[in-house]
Design a binder for this molecule. Sequence first.
Ligand code: IPD
Length: 290
Amino acid sequence: NEVDLDAILAFAINLAQDAGKMIRDGQAKRFASEAASEDAKLNSVDLVTEVDKAVQEFIEKAISEAYPEHKFIGEETYAGEKITDAPTWIIDPIDGTTNFIHGFPMVCTSIGLAHKGVPVVGVIYNPFMDQLYSAAKGRGAYLNQTQKLPLTGKAKPLLSLGHALIGVEYGSNRLSPGLPSKVRTFQTLAADVKEGGKMAHSLRSLGSAAINIAVVASGGLDMYWEIGCWPWDVTAGICILHEAGGAVFGSKTSSLSGDVDADLIAGRKYLLMRGMAPAEGETALQTQQR
Ligand code: IPD
């Protein structure tokens, strides 16, 4: 069966653990990579290391041997492939590359499988913290295969912004007009909500979109907000978040308004957005691709 989710989940967990070993073993290379400025893509903040490439090659080869009929989209070789209805592996060999280079331990491999445009398997493994988040559609989400997510028990009751711990990221693109929008939103969330509104408990920035989403799924963050994620940053995370009872939203605008509670959270507590609303019938993953 081309989409035997249990078999695919077990395969993806093994793959992520093997990739994690490569990442740990590759630690020594990270400082050398940092100096190799010709390896910087987009700008100097978005660094590609030799380890990223080696881990992606390893994962892509293993998938093509085990599931030759499946499609593959990986961060390191992305050439504009669209997500179709076909089973498609969408992977980021190292999410949190900047953390990896600096030795900040929020680093993971993110392995997702989308079928009919919907994430159906997700594995996020942080080899430095030895934390493995995994889920398959209809089977729940787990930390280290044994602890059911969210770790806080059942999903927390819906909270207002005033009770929320929120993950945000600057992202790798700091160009205008994106940056001012992001900064406006951080201010809106942290200190500038309209009169009568509440400011968030606090903001956190972990430096890996996949880990931010996994932590929302486990209950440590109430919400994650970012503009500019790519499908490989979010496919595995969306599956894990959904299985943990979370939700993913887009937005009509690229920055949050002062009326965050009313306009956007709209009674729900998780928000993962790329600055635009899903079109009619569009999955969150397809929205990420526009
Ligand atoms: C990036 C990280 C970062 C997020 C960016 C991502 P990379 O992925 O997840 O936290 O802000 O949007 O592209 O480059 O480390 O794989």
